[in-house]
Write a protein that binds this ligand. Structure first.
Ligand SMILES: Nc1ncnc2c1ncn2[C@@H]1O[C@H](COP(=O)(O)OP(=O)(O)OP(=O)(O)O)[C@@H](O)[C@H]1O
Ligand SMILES: [Mg+2]
Length: 271
């Protein structure tokens, strides 16, 4: 077993009301000499909506990129649904995960990015069908039916044949949300998904996300500067600073009576 993995180590409990779905255990991430995540511990219960807030550079995107396996932790471990994300058990021993294991665990996780990242050469419908067909092995008919239902849900049922560049930023972002949901992930990661949008397009995207939060049991981990939205959908808010959670609690507590000066300073700058 690698020295940095201790499956029996005790870490803070997930909030009550669901099984633990995500667990970071003493996760360290460095870029050169810069320690971005510093023995980070936190967990998210299944079905809960957790919002990450904190100053620029505090490591919020890094957390989401680790969960997407776009980055690897230098130390510590990350579990999703009881499985290690970057390690796997072989003959009772933990070894670094192979590509196949990582692909399996990652199937449970969808991400929506600030910059949409749609496939520019594919029409909207195919953007959504692509991964369910190639990764999940759905038939084209099944994938198309799923894609059309999701496009209806995000209010774009009539834009199946458009290319991404023919859509507004808000419409592209709603396609990106539909694309993530088409994989039926257990977890949806949202990284400042409205911050690249013109102000008048923000509300439409947030409405779609509110709808998902209120009508599905999907677990959401969300980085946002939209504090009104965070208040509406979050079960828990985590305040990050310098690679650690310095304060966490209900949105009411964090937004109205934060304990830390650092949280107060941050909120007075963004609210
Ligand atoms: N690939 C990389 N190479 C080197 N340094 C990086 C890399 N990615 C992130 N960093 C550094 O890690 C730190 C945390 O970055 P991260 O993007 O996670 O912050 P953030 O909290 O998402 O900030 P923001 O609110 O501005 O998006 C920053 O100091 C950043 O410069
Ligand atoms: Mg970021």
């Amino acid at each position: 077993m690698p020295a940095d993995i201790n499956p029996t180590a005790k870490t803070p409990e997930a909030p009550a009301g669901g099984d633990e779905l995500i667990r970071f255990d003493k996760v360290v991430k460095r870029f050169g000499g810069n320690t971005v995540l510093d023995e980070l511990d936190f967990s998210v219960a299944s079905g809960k909506h957790v919002t990450l807030i904190g100053p620029s550079g505090s490591g919020k995107t890094t957390i989401l990129r680790l969960l997407m396996t776009l980055l690897k932790p230098d130390e510590g471990s990350i579990k999703v649904g009881g499985d290690y994300l970057t390690h796997e058990e072989k003959n009772g021993t933990l070894v670094p995960a192979g590509e196949k294991h990582i692909r399996e665990v990652r199937k449970n996780i969808g991400m929506v990015f600030q910059q949409f990242n749609l496939f520019p050469n594919m029409k909207v419908l195919r953007n959504i069908m692509e991964a369910p067909v190639t990764v999940l092995g759905l038939s084209k008919d099944e994938a198309e039916q799923r894609a059309r239902e999701l496009l209806d849900m995000v209010g774009l049922g009539d834009r199946c044949d458009a290319y991404p560049t023919q859509l507004s930023g808000g419409q592209q972002q709603r396609v990106a949300i539909a694309r993530a949901l088409a994989m039926r992930p257990q977890v949806l990661l949202l990284d400042e998904v409205t911050s690249a949008l013109d102000p008048e397009l923000v509300a439409g995207v947030l409405d779609v996300l509110r709808d998902i939060a209120h009508t599905t049991d999907i677990t959401m981990l969300c980085v946002t500067h939209e504090m009104g939205f965070a208040r509406d959908i979050s079960d828990q808010v985590l305040m990050f600073d310098a690679g650690r959670v310095i304060e966490s609690g209900s949105p009411e507590k964090i937004f109205t009576e934060p304990e830390h000066d650092r949280t107060r300073e941050f909120l007075s700058a963004v609210l």
